[in-house]
Design a protein around this ligand. Structure first.
Ligand SMILES: [Zn+2]
Length: 472
């Protein structure tokens, strides 16, 4: 089949199936698939399991033979001449609804080309489109050299603990495309490193301090309770103090941001610590720990801690403190570091441990995952970029970033769409992924479908060695 004929058929297929695609997305959005307490067959709780069952039912209705691995991961195959497979991966779980919605987050709304509801964008819309991609390739009789496996994960938002058990039982894909980011291709991700300090703050003025709510967010608010206050002190912008019984409640307001893009944020913990250290309100016993914490919050690039480094592919290391709690003479600070290949997790661990030891504290490593990168001359990367360019006329190069996606969980994988780099103009009733009024655009998903169809078609022409990125 010619490529032009393939794309023409794909467009006709989308028109014919549009209403059922929308209905299937709505069915999945109606299931609040937020991680919950594990149960037999439901390692991430009943919500993700129910969404998995609904997706498997859709696959069965399409005439596929779906499977799942103990509730961790679902899939179905469109067999090719060879058993080795190219995979697409998306996920069924969602983040909690949160506040601020104008709609019921779990009842999908349609406004023209926009679908609104939790998971429409991240990642149930792309998931349903990937399911229909397999149906399209089967219905149009495109001969496949490699099997196409449609993978559906159940815990992407909560640490991606679905991939490990699946891969322990099933073979690695020759190549895997994750549909949960932006076009053209994300070919590299920084290393991810999370750890925690416990620092002693004996006998001081700060009774309690509370900053940040999530380990991967720059704290937007910080508050502490002080035993003493100096009425002569002048407060900088963003800080406020209030008597609360015998105590003084000092609050700071910053700007929240995701730790992968910390430059958009202002750490409220940093504002509070700067003021406490300059004010003379701290006892000599409190100062060393607070001074170390200040160094962490003062720069998002690890400068104060001696961790700063960068390389040409990934840019700078970023380092942010998400959650800080001071209670009962102990400060517990979590940190989220995204690092280029110029450093490594061992080195970060030993430096952070030495800094903690310097003030009589400890460091605990919570998780570490190395950076990954596929160079631009890779045949698969070239094929994906070519398919994207052919459909969209856009010749943007591959990019690397500090986010963490499924791509890092496989031997050979990248994030490939479905979002377009020039964001569609969103009407005011549509919000972003993870936020209120999350929405997705059907025209964008249609275009991504054409890119995927052409990309999977062209990948059939590569050798297995090229797919797997090894010499012939
Ligand atoms: Zn996602």
């Amino acid at each position: 089949m010619q490529e032009q004929e393939l794309l023409r058929r794909a467009q006709a297929f989308l028109q014919q199936n549009k209403e059922s695609i929308i209905r299937d997305i709505g069915t999945l959005v109606a299931i609040p698939s937020v991680e919950g307490p594990p149960a037999p067959g439901a390692p991430f709780g009943p919500g993700p399991r129910q969404a998995l069952d609904a997706a498997l039912a859709i696959a069965r209705r399409m005439g596929f033979e779906p499977h799942h691995h103990q509730g961790y991961m679902g899939w179905f195959d469109l067999p090719g001449r060879q058993p080795q497979h190219i995979a697409t991966i998306t996920h069924l779980d969602v983040v909690p609804a949160g506040g601020g919605w104008r709609f019921d987050p779990f009842r999908m709304e349609r406004r023209g080309e926009w679908l609104i509801g939790r998971g429409t964008d991240d990642d149930k819309g792309p998931l349903v489109y990937c399911m229909y991609l397999a149906k399209f390739l089967r219905d149009s009789g495109v001969p496949l050299r490699y099997t196409l496996r449609t993978l559906m994960g159940c815990a992407e938002e909560t640490g991606m603990r679905d991939v490990g058990p699946y891969l322990a039982a099933q073979p690695q894909p020759a190549f895997c495309l994750s549909s949960d980011a932006l076009f053209p291709v994300c070919s590299g991700e920084k290393g991810l490193f999370e750890g925690e300090w416990d620092l002693p703050v004996p006998g001081g003025n700060v009774l309690r301090l509370h900053a940040g709510e999530a380990s991967n967010m720059i704290p937007e608010q910080a508050v502490c309770w002080l035993q003493g206050w100096d009425p002569a002190l002048r407060l900088p912008a963003g800080l406020a103090v209030q008597a609360e019984g015998p105590l003084f409640r000092l609050t700071a307001r910053g700007v929240g941001a995701h730790c992968a893009m910390p430059e958009r944020g202002v750490s409220a913990a940093g504002l509070l610590l700067d003021f406490l250290l300059e004010s003379g309100l701290l006892s000599p016993g409190e100062r060393p720990a607070f001074a170390l914490l200040q160094k962490l919050h003062r720069s998002f690039y690890g400068e104060g801690l001696g961790l700063a480094c960068r390389d040409d592919i990934f840019g700078p290391l970023t380092c942010a403190g998400g959650i800080l709690r001071v209670e009962n003479g102990l400060a517990r600070q979590n940190m989220n570091i995204r690092y280029p290949s110029a450093t490594g997790s061992r080195r970060l661990e030993s430096e952070l441990a030495a800094l903690a030891k310097g003030v009589g504290g400890d460091f605990r490593l919570l998780s570490a995952s190395d950076p990954f990168y596929i160079p631009p001359e890779d045949e698969v990367l070239q094929t994906l970029l070519g398919a994207y360019r052919a459909v969209t006329q856009n010749s943007a190069p591959a990019y690397a970033w500090g986010g963490g996606t499924y791509a890092r969980c496989f031997k050979r994988a990248v994030s490939f769409g479905p979002g377009l780099p020039e964001a569609e103009h969103k009407p005011p009733c549509v919000g972003d992924c993870h936020g209120p009024n999350e929405g997705t655009n059907l025209a964008t998903l249609d275009e991504s479908f054409l890119v995927y169809a052409l990309a999977v078609f062209r990948l059939q022409g590569l050798t297995l060695a090229q797919l797997e990125g090894r010499p012939e």
